[in-house]
Design a protein around this ligand. Structure first.
Ligand code: GLY
Ligand code: MN
Length: 458
């Protein structure tokens, strides 16, 4: 946990931002996996962690803005729970650690909400039990709860959480270093005949050893063209490339998220190498363009242009590069976004809504194929942490569909594309902090060029 002053000042700032009202924050509960007491790994809600720091299930809190009061609701462990789970600090002791002195049993929360005369603000709940609780407490239908989250509270939370403080950046770098260790193990450990799952299992061990856990389910696959293909029992073979997109969250729940693509054998073949270098040049150009004020959407377009430029040299694409990107022809091979914010969530604050996190009232998210998957479009600011993760993904079903639609004939040499039917996909991803003048790579550098990767495979 950070020093209690950190949490006190975050809550104080929230009160200043909102001006009035009652702010309701729900922590997460344990969640059952296949029978009631066999739980998923517990993960606290990230906004609850940000403002209240406490990493335990079953907590809730309110901030009374006019009354200048922060109240924590939670119950002490029963003797049975102590027998099974051991002793814990009392709720009052835990609350004191984050600067809260007003601690009440959970049953008191409904009364506080009922007796409050002003506006009650809550963030968009994503867990069924929290949707249910708000519905009961506020007398709203489940649909009304889903639609009733407070836009002023969302905007205030996003404004604070988007700008990472020095102590947060240190936590993120810790997570990125653990993440890099996972990738180093994957690049060094892959062998012909091994299954994707065998390799992915060793990575999860490194994440847990780092003090936290995975920041999202590992994507480790020789079918890298499938954007979120999780590991499976597929056997990896020399001649294929493995795409590993994996990350750790550290003990404080800050995330890392990196991707490397490497040969299952010792070397990339010549076509793999040619495509790898194209993705690398797009990734490096995007990183070099990062600075305060630039629209992330424009950095996305820049990366797309670099990909098209490279594919033009390879004979796969043709025509004017900018016109190709304006027409969306790059979405044949780059169907997703360039990156996203990262912090306490790997896709930071995605629960609060992409229109508020990645876009603004003036800059709305596009609904077009490709751009609809760009999670971040807005102008960058110092203190943002973002991922840069361009890729090339050759998806036979998409090639066939676009050809049958007679789309992009001015920009794509469909005959040349045929050679890529079983090519797979390549992605390279790093995590960066936006600084006053540009950006800074987070974590210790990890092999990225084809030569560096092959040296590790050697
Ligand atoms: N690393 C997975 C993603 O960014 O979606
Ligand atoms: Mn990512």
């Amino acid at each position: 946990m950070f020093d209690k002053q950190v949490y006190i000042s975050r809550r104080r700032r929230l009160k200043q931002q909102l001006g009035k009202g009652l702010l309701l924050f729900l922590g997460n509960e344990e969640s059952s996996m296949n029978y009631k007491d066999n739980w998923y790994h517990f993960r606290q809600d990230s906004s609850f962690l940000y403002f209240f720091g406490l990493d335990k299930p079953g907590l809730a809190a309110v901030i009374d803005v006019e009354g200048d009061k922060d109240i924590l609701f939670g119950r002490e462990l029963t003797l049975d729970e102590i027998v099974w789970m051991g002793p814990q600090p009392s709720i009052a002791e835990q609350a004191a650690g984050v600067g809260i002195t007003d601690v009440r049993p959970p049953a008191g929360l409904a009364d506080v909400l009922k007796n409050y005369k002003g506006l009650i603000h809550f963030l968009p709940p994503y867990r069924p039990e929290n949707i249910q609780k708000i519905s009961e407490w506020l007398g709203l239908s489940l649909t009304a709860v889903k639609e009733g989250a407070s836009v002023p509270l969302i905007k205030a939370v996003v404004a604070q959480r988007s700008i990472k403080s020095g102590e947060e950046v240190r936590q993120i770098e810790d997570a990125v270093d653990i993440t890099a260790a996972m990738h180093l193990a994957a690049i060094k450990g892959a062998r012909d005949g091994m299954t994707e799952a065998q390799l992915a299992g060793t990575l999860q061990g490194i994440a847990i050893s780092g003090g936290g856990n995975l920041s999202f389910p590992t994507i480790l696959t020789v079918h890298g063209q499938v954007l979120h293909n999780h590991y499976s029992s597929t056997v990896m073979r020399t001649g294929q490339m493995a795409l590993c997109d994996a990350g750790a969250e550290n003990a404080m729940h800050y995330a890392g998220d990196m991707t490397r693509t490497f040969p299952v054998g010792k070397r990339f073949d010549s076509l793999q190498r040619e495509m790898y270098d194209i993705v690398l040049s797009a990734q490096e150009a995007a990183v070099a363009a990062l600075k305060p004020g630039i629209l992330f959407r424009d950095v996305h377009f820049l990366a797309a242009e670099k990909l098209v430029e490279g594919l033009k040299e390879a004979g796969v694409m043709k025509g004017d590069v900018k016109e190709a990107v304006a027409a969306g022809a790059h979405t044949m091979v780059f169907q997703c976004g360039l990156g996203h914010m990262m912090g306490l969530d790997v896709h930071d604050m995605e629960d609060l809504g992409e229109p508020y996190v990645g876009y603004t009232d003036e800059l709305k998210k596009s609904t077009e194929f490709g751009l609809k998957s760009l999670r971040l479009g807005r102008a960058l600011e110092p203190g943002f942490v973002v991922t840069i993760e361009p890729g090339l993904y050759f998806i036979p079903e998409l090639m066939d569909l676009r050809k049958s639609e007679r789309k992009y004939f001015d920009f794509i040499n469909y005959d040349k594309l045929e050679a890529f039917r079983s090519f797979g996909g390549i992605r390279i991803e790093e995590d960066l902090l936006i600084t006053d003048t540009g950006s800074r790579l987070l974590g210790k550098p990890l092999a990225k060029s084809a030569e560096e990767i092959e040296a590790l495979r050697g």
